[in-house]
Design a protein around this ligand. Structure first.
Ligand code: MG
Ligand code: MG
Length: 276
């Protein structure tokens, strides 16, 4: 894959952000469809087929398929699997499972990338809390994408929130990334960091924010399929992700139907748009 220079980030124009929005909406629709399809008895290969059909019907291309040889449209990671699980016809979801679904699409040359973790049927309180902590950590990170903030502010917001909620494992070996005409661009966006450190965030920068949070420790293992990442202690894990553009009005969530307006309103003191 093309790798950009160390400090050369791809800055998008408003017209390019509008194109990324179209790609982001294809991903949002796909994940909404998958969320509705998750139920006991469905296989992760079934989910993959739904995703591929939806993306291709929308005139887009699944970006994961063939990426470094990845064989499917989505990553489907169940329970102790953190990320990069390969969909399988023999992987049937059961009541109480957690399934993390990561999905990417390319439309007109521009990428969207987003992930959700969904409970299968009824899930226990511990699992519900895990999902809430991981999703809120993502929103805290997104809210830190502000002009004049620095990259470290994002990870600081993510990690600070996770730590404030109890003894969760915040996965450190994987993180977010720049996104645009490639799925993975610089900068890498760690889910931990020092406030005020790192490159400045500027208008036109687009980032995927994606915390991975474990009920146990933060250590990971790679399975023999060379893709699936699991928790070393086999504790359950969650993963949420959105692709976000930094605009003159603040963070705009390309992969959320409302652009993130609802979830970001409480952070928007000083922003021109958005509710109070
Ligand atoms: Mg992703
Ligand atoms: Mg990503």
């Amino acid at each position: 894959m093309l790798r950009r220079g160390k400090s050369e980030f791809q800055i998008k124009s408003d017209a390019e952000i509008a194109k990324m929005r179209e790609a982001g909406l294809v991903v949002a629709e796909t994940l909404e469809k998958l969320r509705a399809a998750v139920e006991p008895g469905i296989t992760t290969a079934d989910l993959d087929a739904i995703a591929e059909r939806h993306i291709r019907d929308a005139g887009a291309v699944p970006s994961f398929k063939g990426y470094h040889g990845f064989p499917a449209t989505i990553c489907a990671s169940v329970n102790e699997e953190i990320v990069h699980g390969i969909p399988r016809p023999d992987k049937e979801l059961r009541e109480g499972d957690l399934v993390s679904i990561d999905c990417g699409a390319i439309l007109d040359g521009w990428h969207g990338d987003s992930a959700v973790t969904v409970g299968v049927g009824e899930i226990d309180d511990e699992a519900r809390a895990l999902l809430s902590v991981c999703e809120e950590a993502m929103w805290r990170g997104i809210a830190a994408i502000r002009q004049d903030n620095r990259l470290g502010d994002i990870g600081h917001a993510v990690d600070g929130y996770i730590c404030s909620r109890g003894t969760y494992g915040n996965v450190r070996e994987y993180g977010g990334h720049g996104i645009g005409t490639e799925m993975h661009q610089d900068p890498h966006v760690p889910n931990f960091g020092k406030p005020g450190k790192g490159p400045k965030l500027v208008t036109g920068l687009c980032l995927a924010i994606e915390p991975m949070v474990n009920l146990g420790g933060d250590e990971t293992l790679l399975l023999a399929d060379d893709w699936t990442v699991i928790t070393a202690d086999r504790s359950r894990s969650a993963h949420f992700e959105h692709s976000v553009a930094l605009t003159a009005d603040g963070p705009y969530v390309l992969t959320a139907f409302d652009g993130g307006k609802d979830r970001l309103a409480r952070f928007s003191a000083g922003a021109t748009a958005g509710g109070s």
